[in-house]
Design a protein around this ligand. Structure first.
Ligand code: IMP
Length: 210
């Protein structure tokens, strides 16, 4: 049976990818979807790319080298704030230090936007997905969700920067959405759905060529 190994240890991401890749088949057979841990794969990966897509590709290629013949998917994501020159961007997880709480990171970003009016508080979550196919081909997709940075943390769902990210029409943060509501519009959901389409297109075209 074919396998998709998703390069994450995050259970929320695993739930989302399982839901989006549900029913995905190769040669008429369902594909098993595993986390790195479930597949027994471990790697220390240095994410030194300059873009989300580069970092996702670095992760996917490093894991694929350990599990040839599988589909290997990886993601990289973050928050870009226009008024801060797109910071924290690819450094979102590392902003102010990897171990610093998001309460502190969020408070700092709000402080840095002090005096910036609503219409200049534009921001977006970006997610890149990279997949190495069993034949070694690398595919990448990107998804975004546009929003604005609020003035205080709101909501208890989600994670990271969700409590300060206001989604249109800017009444609620993404931490106030249910998991289903967020997945339906999220950067990761969009990138994963276009990745599924891209893989299916690639595989169908490959079959047609034979
Ligand atoms: P990674 O792609 O899992 O390394 O995530 C990078 C960082 O971006 C996370 O640690 C969060 O700080 C931020 N981030 C990415 N996606 C989201 C999201 O959906 N909500 C809140 N923060 C996010």
């Amino acid at each position: 049976m074919s396998r998709i190994i998703f390069a994450t240890g995050n259970q929320n991401k695993m739930r989302e990818i399982r839901e989006i890749m549900q029913g995905f088949q190769v040669d008429g057979e369902n594909v098993e979807i595993l986390s790195m841990k479930e597949a027994g794969v471990y790697a220390e990966i240095v994410e030194d790319g300059k873009t989300f897509a580069e970092n996702a590709s670095i992760k996917a290629k490093a894991i694929a080298a350990l599990t040839p013949g599988d589909f290997v998917m990886a993601d990289d994501s973050g928050l870009e704030i226009d008024a801060l020159n797109k910071e924290p961007g690819i450094y979102s997880a590392r902003y102010l230090g990897e171990d610093t709480s998001y309460r502190i990171k969020n408070a700092k970003l709000i402080e840095r936007l002090n005096g910036v009016p609503d219409e200049k508080r534009m921001a977006r979550f970006v997610c890149a997905i990279a997949t190495v196919l069993p034949d070694g081909t690398l595919l990448t997709t990107e998804g975004t969700i546009e929003g604005r940075i609020g003035y205080e943390e709101k909501g208890n769902n989600g994670f990271g920067y969700d409590p300060i990210f206001l989604v249109p029409p800017y009444i609620q943060t993404s931490a106030e959405l249910t998991e289903e509501e967020k997945n339906a519009i999220s950067h990761r959901g969009k990138a994963l759905r276009s990745m599924r389409e891209m893989i299916e297109r690639y595989m169908n075209e490959g079959t047609d060529c034979k």
